[in-house]
Design a protein around this ligand. Structure first.
Ligand code: ADP
Ligand code: MG
Length: 445
């Protein structure tokens, strides 16, 4: 990968290293791909744009049996817009080349070196057209179905199974099904890039843990107030908010609001007032540790405190890093995913050295994963190589239900608990909860 986040995949770039017209075709059309003598997959000749294979015998070689995890899934029956995901598919084990936090990103092996990436993509098509959705719209069904059935069943559970999943996620009995840590885990959800899923991750993990017996507080530290919106907590001007806690030392319990419909979940909202806090904090005493003090003084015992950071590395984020023991970094499986991450890691190291020795990057979550793109695979491999087992096995797919939920003032867990987005966040929450119990270092650090 280049410093600017581009990947050296020859199939993603044109002559001279320039991006080709469609470096990330999302169409998964297997029919044109061949494997040459050296075992390298080679793209079809552009002068032969046929998208159909006439018969299996006439078709190109396709390593089907060796790549079961990479076949395109069927659509979610309850969710026509649901993207294909890998959530129910067992994830490959993490590559642990370097569990330490990297200072720079080494170039990764070309995509073709990864076995399942031998599955090709061919057609140049806009990624959001119906034809380009990778569901085999243009595939000969007779050859396609027989090979895909095992994985399609797994990826596309019947309605009854989906309903069972929904009940499991909503946990109406309220029993504790996710282990509770023996002390409060304060997790700062940070990445100075915007739109990588910080807020979505905060809201959904918090709801998932709260629905499964944990007491959870969400601190919205972004002046945009998206986490407050997602949890349907009032945060218009005049509502007491986290700004009052930071600048005027108002106790957190006076501004925290119970989240309606989710027992065990509270939210400290952010109003637009918080936009001024970044500057006002500069002249405040102990400006970096205002939030840490406020959380420490909160009398209610929480199992988790999630702090949703703004997309910057200013004083608000520094306050979150000083208040937390753990950093959770959501990484979007897209171009430039790792760009800027060094800066965040450097900041975390500085805070650890000078202000909060307990701080550690404990969790990396891959978000908006689109399994139809080889780029998503490349980013996943890159991140797993560098962060090792800090990266959760659960990966959050790009899923339209996830993005719809906030407009209804809900998390995807309650908006569509049977969706793949909900299932994936549920699995991520479960992993986090289990790691919190297994890894005393995280809790005692
Ligand atoms: P951040 O807080 O890092 O700025 P957000 O959580 O607000 O990022 O996400 C940015 C946008 O992407 C939002 O519109 C959100 O609904 C959408 N989004 C986040 N995660 C997903 C996902 N898994 N699938 C589809 N859309 C998503
Ligand atoms: Mg946000």
């Amino acid at each position: 990968m280049h410093d600017d986040g581009r990947y050296d995949d020859p199939r993603l770039t044109g002559p001279g290293g320039q991006p080709s017209a469609d470096p990330v075709s999302r169409e998964t059309n297997y029919q044109e791909w061949t494997v040459n003598e050296s075992g390298e997959p080679s793209s079809p000749h552009p002068a032969q744009p046929s998208k159909r294979r006439e018969s299996p015998a006439a078709g190109p070689v396709r390593p089907v049996s060796s790549v079961p995890a990479n076949v395109p899934p069927a659509r979610d029956p309850l969710d026509p817009a649901d993207g294909p995901v890998n959530a129910p598919t067992p994830r490959p084990p993490a590559v642990r080349a370097n569990a330490a936090v990297p200072t720079r990103y080494e170039p990764q092996p070309p995509v073709s070196a990864v076995p399942h990436q031998a599955v090709p993509e061919v057609t140049v098509a806009p990624s959001d057209t119906p034809q380009a959705d990778g569901y085999g719209d243009e595939v000969d069904a007779s050859t396609y179905v027989s090979r895909e059935t095992p994985t399609r069943e797994e990826d596309d559970p019947p309605l009854a199974m989906e309903a069972m999943r929904a009940v499991q996620i909503l946990n109406p009995s309220g029993e504790v099904t996710m282990p509770r840590p023996d002390r409060t885990r304060v997790m700062c959800v940070a990445n100075q890039k915007g739109g990588v899923g910080k807020t979505t991750t905060t809201v959904n993990l918090a709801v998932a843990l709260a629905l499964h017996g944990n007491r959870v507080l969400v601190v919205d530290l972004d002046p945009q107030g998206n986490a407050s919106t997602g949890l349907n907590v009032p945060h218009h001007t005049g509502v007491p908010d986290v700004y009052d806690c930071l600048i005027d030392s108002v106790p957190l319990e006076e501004v925290a609001q119970a989240v309606e419909g989710i027992p065990n979940l509270w939210c400290v909202p952010a109003t637009i007032d918080l936009a001024g806090a970044e500057i006002e904090l500069v002249s405040v005493v102990a400006r970096e540790s205002r939030l840490a003090r406020a959380i420490a003084a909160y009398p209610g015992h929480f199992d988790y405190v999630f702090i949703d950071c703004p997309p910057s590395l200013g004083l608000l984020t520094v306050n979150a890093l000083v208040a937390a023991q753990e950093v959770l970094i959501p990484i979007q499986c897209e171009y430039y995913a790792l760009e800027g991450l060094n800066q965040l890691i450097n900041n975390i190291n500085l805070v650890r050295q000078h202000l909060n020795p307990k701080l550690e990057v404990s969790t990396i979550l891959l978000t908006m994963y689109d399994r139809r793109t080889r780029l998503a695979d490349a980013v996943e491999q890159d991140v797993r190589n560098h962060f090792g087992d800090k990266v959760l096995q659960a990966v959050i797919p790009r899923n339209v239900r996830v993005s719809e939920a906030p407009s209804y003032g809900q998390s995807v867990m309650t908006y569509d608990p049977g969706s793949r987005g909900a299932t994936s966040y549920f699995e991520a929450a479960q992993e986090i909860a289990e790691r919190g119990v297994k890894e005393p270092v995280s809790r005692n650090a």
